[in-house]
Ligand binder design. Structure first.
Ligand SMILES: Cc1cc2nc3c(=O)[nH]c(=O)nc-3n(C[C@H](O)[C@H](O)[C@H](O)COP(=O)(O)OP(=O)(O)OC[C@H]3O[C@@H](n4cnc5c(N)ncnc54)[C@H](O)[C@@H]3O)c2cc1C
Length: 263
């Protein structure tokens, strides 16, 4: 059984983000990048599936990122993944979500898979589209928002989180599953894991090495265009209601909400 986990390099949540005015792209080189926190749950789930399934199961990491993505996949390797693939090239810069999904799908196809695990979203672009787009391009079932993942009878079964509970969804393999934060508590890398990760292989490919169609990549291959970027306006100061009379304070809150057309 070959499990592939797609992980993304994202700017550290606390880092101050700036945009390049000319390209309208996020400046990713001047800030500290980290493993997308949502992807740690997918890695943990893959490692738990491997622990249950036994020695024949492997966990491979795939990422599309600049060279700095190497550090991010090291963390996944230190957690216990077996190997990693970095898809990297200047030709990928400016890829929108569909171009990203196409490039990633090409890399995952090249690596080979029975099961693909992803996070549910990235912390920077937050499209939550890549998992479904990947499954569509690869022609496999897509099971999203899984809070449990179980392998049985040559298939996969998940509990899919909903607002009011969960659905039990199953499909044959190969398939793709996006894993939520309720699935598990990701492990910390041990010192042994960190040392071992240094010896694990990180294969690096450019799109041409894996037969990806250059016309579907980068800015030229992207059908969406960022037409403008603007900072978020400063928040107006809030108002504080102070009253020793609870009923009077409640009335003022209700009047305020009616004024805002919230109720
Ligand atoms: C016009 C345009 C230009 C853009 N230019 C750039 C650019 O130059 N450089 C750039 O970095 N971004 C660029 N982006 C953003 C980029 O398209 C998105 O980051 C990408 O599509 C992933 O979407 P997301 O982060 O919302 O992922 P989501 O759909 O929210 O992610 C869900 C899951 O998919 C997987 N995943 C997502 N992205 C990757 C990845 N790269 N590698 C492995 N797994 C992944 C992870 O498991 C993740 O948890 C651009 C976007 C647009 C619209």
């Amino acid at each position: 059984m070959k499990i592939v986990v797609a992980v993304k390099q994202v700017p550290d949540t606390n880092a101050e983000k700036t945009f390049d005015a000319a390209t309208k792209r996020l400046n990713r080189t001047s800030i500290e990048n980290v493993l997308n926190p949502f992807d740690e749950y997918a890695i943990e789930e893959a490692l738990r599936l491997k622990e249950k399934a036994g020695a024949d199961t492997t966990v491979s990491i795939v990422t599309m990122a600049p060279e700095s993505g190497r550090e991010v996949v090291r963390k996944a390797l230190a957690m216990g993944a077996d190997d990693a693939t970095l898809l990297s090239s200047d030709a990928l810069g400016g890829s929108d979500t569909m171009a990203t999904a196409y490039a990633l799908a090409s890399a995952i196809k090249h690596v080979g898979f029975d099961l693909i695990l992803t996070g549910t979203q990235s912390t920077d672009a937050i499209n939550s589209v890549v998992p479904a787009a990947l499954a569509e391009i690869l022609g496999v079932p897509c099971l999203t928002y899984a809070r449990t993942v179980t392998l049985s009878d040559g298939g996969v079964e998940v509990q899919r989180e909903t607002e009011s509970g969960y659905l039990r969804v199953k499909s044959p393999l190969p398939a793709l599953v996006s894993v939520t934060k309720s699935a598990n508590e990701p492990r910390y890398a041990t010192l042994k894991g960190i040392m071992g990760a240094k010896k694990k292989e990180i294969k690096t490919f450019a799109p041409g090495d894996i037969g990806a169609d250059a016309d579907r990549l980068g800015e030229a291959g992207s059908k969406t265009v960022v037409s403008a970027i603007a900072p978020v306006g400063a928040r107006a100061k809030g108002s504080v209601i102070q009253s020793s009379d609870g009923a009077e304070a409640a009335r003022q809150i209700v009047d305020f909400l009616i004024g805002k057309k919230v109720i």
